[in-house]
Design a protein around this ligand. Sequence first.
Ligand code: SGN
Ligand code: CA
Length: 509
Amino acid sequence: MNKKSLLLLTPALLPASMLAQQRYNIVYIMTDDHTAQMMSCYDDTHVSTPNLDRIAADGVKFVNSYVANSLSGPSRACMLTGKHSHKNGFTNNEHGVFDGSQQTMPKLMQQAGYQTALIGKWHLVSTPTGFDYWNIIPGQGDYYNPDFIQMDGSRTREAGYLTNIITDKAIDWLENKRDKEKPFILFLHHKACHRCWLPELKYLSEYEDKNFTLPENFYDDYQGRQAAAAQEMEVVRDMDMTYDVHLMDANVKTRLTDGYLSMIGRLSSAERAKYDQFYDSLAIDFRAKRLSGKALGEYKFQRYMRDYAKVLKSLDDNVGRTLDYLKKAGLLENTLVVYTSDQGFYMGEHGWFDKRFMYEESFSTPLVMRLPDGLKARGEIKEMVQNIDYAPTFLDIAGAEIPADIQGESLLPLLEGKHPKNWRKSLYYHFYEYPAEHMVKRHYGVRSSDGWKLIHFYDDIDAWELYDLNTDPKEMNNLYGKPGYEKVTKCMMKELRRLQKQYDDPIEK
Ligand code: SGN
Ligand code: CA
């Protein structure tokens, strides 16, 4: 329903859901590098996330949720604009500066009468626009005693652990800073669970007795996948023993040692003593073991999983705290709570950490929503959705017009329990950041709802990949060019070019 038609309705004609509270509030919680393999309502192999699961339990879980470009800045720009990267202009973190003068969903929400607030990670370089209130971390920010940037440009250093502080600030805005007469949209953006996974001190010992299951393709040899073979994001080879694994060796200095020292250098001396006590004793034990080969690789994997899980535990606690506040404040019935990540991540699949590739683990992203009274959908939603859909969804919920140049689709019908017959049958993806850290080559591709994926790696390579996800969900077997797949390849190629035309990204490289 658009704004005009909403105004024309007399209260008696308004749907009960809208009468109860005029328009729904929205709390949009976005984390960083949190992946469905580490969220128990999607996959309970590794960890339990009871508070994140509460969101899905009182609403919906999207099981085919994807991003348009698996990297922080680009993902955020897609979310804010409802457009693919080539249209919003922010294609990569390395050289991107978000053009804040363009049309964005927060600006349109303001025009629709919503209050808008942004707290936490921003990562788009330019000053935020379209927010009545913002308080952000610089760049990637710090886990320990972090800096924040205020709206007047000033910086303050705040005591504590970042995930807790961002939540405190969000609750403070909800309780004390907003105009309680207006509907609102709050963008609550965590840094957790981004590299280099520095845990809250109270959770240092958490998960230390747990042995995480090694993914079956941890020792992938990348046969038939040239771009996969060229990456630099292997747990065994590329994880830094100091920066990532947190085991200092006074005799070894790497490219990342200074960065690590400055991050943990933010701890007070009492905090630092606790931190050192924990990791120093691990380091002594590690050196005594003299691990090499597979044993060393698997040791790194366990360290990675444990520290990631600790960071996630604080996140889960804080999402619980946010939900509890909304309940206590009587806001839950009128508020759509969205939980997602800026992209998925590899937890050792293909031997990797990081993201970027259009393979399922990093192309997909968790997406669950706690629905307010009046929105009837429950359980799993199987339709294919993408982060360009969030902007039109929120505008639709606000009763605002959705501009024609927005490329995503409103998810509101799905939240109302409908399953439109003409829902999209394929998704488009385009990744640009190369050459750059982790060396994932440029690529674009299409994934169909019936489980086919066609990818083209280009730039300094010209390599196509085709996967049948129904028989090869881990994407180990590139079928492109193999006999018997000519017809499906032709079909997917046609669909890819159709999407490039539809989205006006006419690359034919
Ligand atoms: C940093 C990380 C990378 C990561 C990018 C992008 N390196 O550069 O590992 O891929 O961020 O992440 S680090 O040495 O600085 O930790 S993103 O989520 O912000 O896009
Ligand atoms: Ca990220």
